[in-house]
Design a protein around this ligand. Sequence first.
Ligand SMILES: [Zn+2]
Length: 279
Amino acid sequence: MNILTFDIEEWWHYDIYSTEDKWDSYEPRIDLYLDKVLDALDSENIKATCFCLGWIARKYPGVIKRIAERGHEIACHTDRHIFVKDMNPESFNEDLKNALDILENISGKKIKSFRAPSFTITENAKWAFEVLANNGIEYDCSIFPTTRSYGGFPSFGKGKPTLIKHNGVEIKEFPINTGKVLGKDFVFGGGGYFRLFPYWLIKLLMQQSDYNMTYLHMRDFDAEQHRFTYFDFERKFKSYYGLKGTYSKFMQFVHDYKWISVEEAGNQIDWEKVKQLDI
Ligand SMILES: [Zn+2]
């Protein structure tokens, strides 16, 4: 099972220094690749999941409309890209409701799937599952089952579809999966390593698992984007390494595999047979 997902946000939303008061002064670039990507998905007959910010929906409702009209699943990526681990149950609930309202309004459909910015449902933010379930979210894709700079969830275990039970609620989890290169675990379905690894290596990693989850952004394809000055190598790598060849690698990637959306994957799985995790 290979799941194709995109996080629909601007090139600056991930940047921790680009505070909201500056957002209106940046050049919008979300559209440069969106139609190309949607055309590519149409020609391969793929329906993907797009985790959209409420902010994007308010600012560019046409973006959400175009994605929805072409049959892709509109999902939620919070309202303003605040890390979930930095919110509390009340503020997350409010942020989520704002995003779901506008996304459901524009798409005309109930939103079922969610991904936290930078995978920030961490071991200290399990309360988020309750908030998600109470707002009708069925599928979560926020677990990064290893350590990373903003937390991760190393006690989760293997990155496979899992039924999470927490405080009386259930959430169907589609985590990020990892693959081994020289004995070390790597996430390769998006971000820096998707851009860095040559395509043959990505194919090899795909073969190691019967479940692969991706997380791509329009900015991953955009070699001309403005670059923030980062002094730490990890940030720089995560944001900018290998932008140039990524779109053609992506085209090959979508062509070579069978891809489905989160919602479709959720329908195909017998959730009584997957790992059950009480946390
Ligand atoms: Zn994001």
